[in-house]
Design a protein around this ligand. Structure first.
Ligand code: PLP
Ligand code: TYF
Length: 394
């Protein structure tokens, strides 16, 4: 069976992460994989999460299965965090999933079951795992223009124009906030235009929500998604807790279905549960139990919000500081867009040879599409990093 199997292409981001680990240089700098780092370059366990883990250790009485939906209280808390009061909860069904990726995958398989002829439209560029997981669900895909890397600008008109070719029943995959890899987000007027487009053309919006709280704030980051949810009859959401709770390896996320009527939501949810039973039966418990504890305990919740605010404010400060350092070093406004974008990523808009040179000469690791992880920048080396980049580009 295996004698003719060819190796699968590597994930470029995860490949770069491995290459970085093997680099012996002391002053090497990882701006690759999307993991939040503090001013010491560490990704520590949040204090609120640690407290919840200690409590869980003391209070947990069983490791018996959690059930296919996962922890119901976790699901309810996630629904309220993401959706607020934008939709009536009797039209929504939520399950716990192994990370945002797990949520994206099971929802994609649900689409594959219920609308196998649908085309899923995704942004160009997008997170490199979107395409493989949609293909894995045997779905057709097409990309819409989203971002002009050379000029650091969102291509909203191009996006809307491309989507005019979408057929009724097609799926529109959008990033809820902090677009990966560009950091360029839709404003509220653009979210409203997308809602109108979905209504007009009968498209199903599918929101990938992996960075809630990393852009402008918990409420602000959810505003576009909630506006959309308040207008459309049906919607899918894949939420991740990896980044905002810093629980990456625990694999915590939620898959949400919104339907036009409660009975449709319920029937569709039974299909989703049938998908998950076939794939992994039941979700892992530990991370979701922690998130549930944090969200249901007022003291832990406020501690978490403070820690989330600190992470976000650090990234915002790094954005303006780095844009300023690049402005000084390049004597131009070429990189000013970095200060205006949001979340963990921006694309420098430099060439692959330049990226290779920066890695070879300075030990600075940047993804091949010129994406940098803003949180990976050390506060006290902004000028040095800006100098290394500017000196390596034409
Ligand atoms: N979607 C986007 C856009 C991401 O950047 C990530 C990051 O890893 C994910 C989904 C999935 O996150 P995870 O599966 O680690 O929760
Ligand atoms: O974009 C990133 O860096 C994160 C982490 O296959 C990641 O979302 C990257 C690639 C991948 C899974 C996670």
């Amino acid at each position: 069976m295996f004698e003719n199997v060819q190796a699968a292409p590597a994930d470029k981001i995860l490949g770069l992460m491995m290459q970085f680990r093997e680099d012996p240089r002391d002053n090497k700098l990882d701006l690759g994989v999307g993991v939040y780092k503090d001013s010491h370059g560490d990704t520590p366990v949040l204090a609120a999460v640690k407290s919840a883990e200690l409590r869980l250790f003391d209070s947990q009485k069983t490791k018996a299965y959690v059930g296919v939906q996962g922890d119901k209280e976790f699901c309810a808390e996630m629904a309220s965090l993401v959706l607020g009061d934008s939709v009536s909860m009797d039209r929504a069904r939520i399950c716990q999933a192994p990370g945002g990726t797990g949520a994206l995958s099971i929802l994609s398989m649900l689409i594959g079951r219920t609308a196998p002829d649908a085309t899923v439209w995704l942004s160009d560029p997008t997170w490199p795992n979107h395409m493989p997981l949609l293909k894995n669900a045997r779905l057709k895909t097409q990309q819409y223009p989203y971002y002009d890397t050379k000029n650091g600008k969102l291509l909203f008109d191009g996006m809307m124009e491309a989507l005019s070719a979408a057929k009724p029943g097609d799926v529109l995959l959008v990033h809820g906030c902090c677009h990966n890899p560009t950091g360029a987000d839709l404003d509220l007027a653009q979210w409203a235009a997308i809602a109108d487009l979905c209504l007009e053309k009968g498209l199903l919006p599918f929101v990938d929500f992996a960075y809630l709280g990393f852009g402008d704030g918990l409420e602000e980051d959810a505003a576009g998604l909630r506006l959309l949810a308040s207008k459309v009859p049906e919607m899918l959401i894949a939420a991740s807790c990896s980044k905002n709770f810093g629980v990456y390896r625990e694999r915590v996320g939620a898959a949400m279905i919104i339907a036009a009527a409660p009975a449709q939501a319920e029937a569709t949810f039974t299909q989703l549960m049938s998908v998950t039973r076939a794939v992994y039966s039941m979700p892992p418990d530990h991370g979701a139990a922690i998130v549930r504890m944090v969200l249901t305990d007022p003291h832990l919740k406020s501690e978490w919000i403070t820690e989330l605010n600190d992470m976000r404010n650090r990234m915002l400060k790094l954005r303006s500081g780095f844009a300023e350092a690049l402005r000084r070093e390049s004597n131009s406004s070429r990189f000013d867009f970095i200060a205006d974008q949001r979340g963990m990523f921006s694309r420098l808009g430099i060439a692959p040879e330049e990226i290779d040179r920066i890695r070879a000469d300075h030990g600075i690791y940047i993804v091949g599409d010129s994406r940098i992880n803003i949180a990976g920048l050390p506060d006290n080396r902004l000028d040095e990093v800006a100098r290394a980049i500017v000196s390596s580009i034409e």
